[in-house]
Design a protein around this ligand. Structure first.
Ligand code: UDP
Length: 388
């Protein structure tokens, strides 16, 4: 990695996204940028500006790219264009390589004609079956980039620009993932008033409809009829996600006053707490209806947890059914898988051990760093076919 980093010396890599905290993109950049810096690469990270109406539109873009059939209106287009225009005028573009993450800042590439530089669009979303109207709206910008990056072949689109496939990663030494003592785990459970009397089923996710927290509660209620257990729904909000308050309110209402359901609103940066909850869990769920990669799955597998997750987005890359976890379908399917694992802890342990090995081989940040550096270097060699 140091050899690759040396070849990038003198060049500034500028990452641009729409939030410093909340969600997987920020999670990765928080680890990626300091590690690139440590390797001697001049990596920077800046965030575009936007108000609530802009982020409502970008959330709609996110949902519709995942296939939700919301109408995309003329007003949405005006709001997106107006905020993009401001960012195009005001955002300080200092990089030699401008590494733009996701659709929110996609329009910044309009400055390419004037500034030159190399431009990469890193799409973290599964855009294989998008709302075509929204994709057509974004595509003229996407096509101006020198290269695009998707997490997996199944996520991508046929595009006339270069495409690279690079899956996300977790940092095993971060506060989110490092080993914790039993005392730390217990202290976090005590802080959130979660008794250790019954096995804990956990889902960690932003409060977002696509993470299906209500479906999680329904599945849990089915399990609870026959097996004593607790549900912890731990989530936060993201500054670029205006829907979360509404979803959280609905989740609270559905949870009612069930003493076995713990809905936790966790402030940003509470990495040790999330880590502790994941370590305390008997089973980690990711019952998403649509997904990008779902870092939460790798985080849980790294901690040798039995994972029950939907077969959407990047989850099947991580959960190989009946080997590194269980892929489930719907509420009944999720409840069935949870019951199966609670009834057979040895099987659950075996899945967790395989899961850790799988993450170690495929989804750690060292592999990711190497592939990003190769990507940056490959921009200078447009003719080459590069196998990352
Ligand atoms: N996360 C967190 N606190 C929360 C909810 C999520 O720290 O309250 C983290 C979670 O541990 C993971 C990331 O945010 O590292 C979410 O990434 P993922 O790819 O699972 O989903 P996204 O939010 O990007 O859709």
């Amino acid at each position: 990695m140091r050899l690759l980093a040396k070849r990038l010396s003198g060049r500034v890599i500028q990452n641009i996204n729409s939030t410093f905290s909340g969600g997987g993109v920020a999670e990765i950049l928080q680890r990626m940028v300091p590690l690139l810096t440590e390797l001697g690469v001049d990596a920077r990270w800046s965030v575009i500006k936007g108000d609530m109406p802009f982020f409502e539109v970008t959330k709609k873009i996110h949902n519709t790219l995942h296939g939700r059939p919301d109408p995309f209106t003329q007003q949405d287009i005006s709001i997106f264009n107006e905020t993009s225009r401001k960012n195009i005028e005001e955002h300080n573009l200092v990089g030699d390589i401008i590494f733009v993450h996701d659709p929110q800042p996609v329009a910044l590439v309009e400055r390419k004609k004037e500034l030159g530089k190399k431009w990469i669009w890193r799409c973290h979303i599964d855009v294989s079956k998008p709302n075509e109207e929204v994709w057509s709206f974004l595509q003229p910008w996407v096509l101006q980039y020198d290269a695009s990056v998707f997490s997996a072949p199944a996520f991508s689109r046929s595009l006339p620009i270069r495409q690279f496939l690079i899956s996300p990663s977790i940092d095993p030494l971060s506060d989110k993932n490092r080993e914790l003592s039993r005392d730390t785990v217990d202290a976090v459970l005590a802080k959130y008033k979660i008794p250790g009397d019954k096995p804990i089923i956990l889902q960690v996710s932003r409060f977002d409809y696509l993470k299906d927290p209500v479906g999680v509660i329904q599945a849990f209620r089915q399990v609870k009829r026959s097996i004593a257990c607790r549900l912890v729904l731990a989530g936060g909000t993201a500054t670029d996600d205006p829907e979360s308050d509404k979803v959280l309110a609905e989740v609270m209402e559905r949870a009612g006053n069930d003493p076995d359901i713990h809905v936790l609103l966790i402030p940003p940066g509470s990495d040790i707490e999330i880590n502790a909850l994941q370590r305390a869990a008997a089973i980690v769920l990711q019952k998403s209806l649509k997904e990008g990669f779902a870092l939460t799955v790798s985080e849980a597998l790294w901690k040798e947890k039995a994972v029950v997750a939907s077969a959407v987005g990047g989850i099947p890359l991580q959960v190989q059914n009946k080997f590194t976890g269980l892929l489930s379908h719907g509420i009944e399917g999720t409840a069935y898988a949870i019951r199966q694992l609670l009834g057979n802890p040895e099987y659950a342990r075996w899945l967790g051990k395989n899961g850790k090995e799988h993450v170690k081989n495929n989804f750690l940040i060292t592999r990711h760093l190497k592939e990003y550096m190769l990507l940056f270097l490959a921009l200078d060699r447009p003719e080459d076919v590069i196998y990352l």
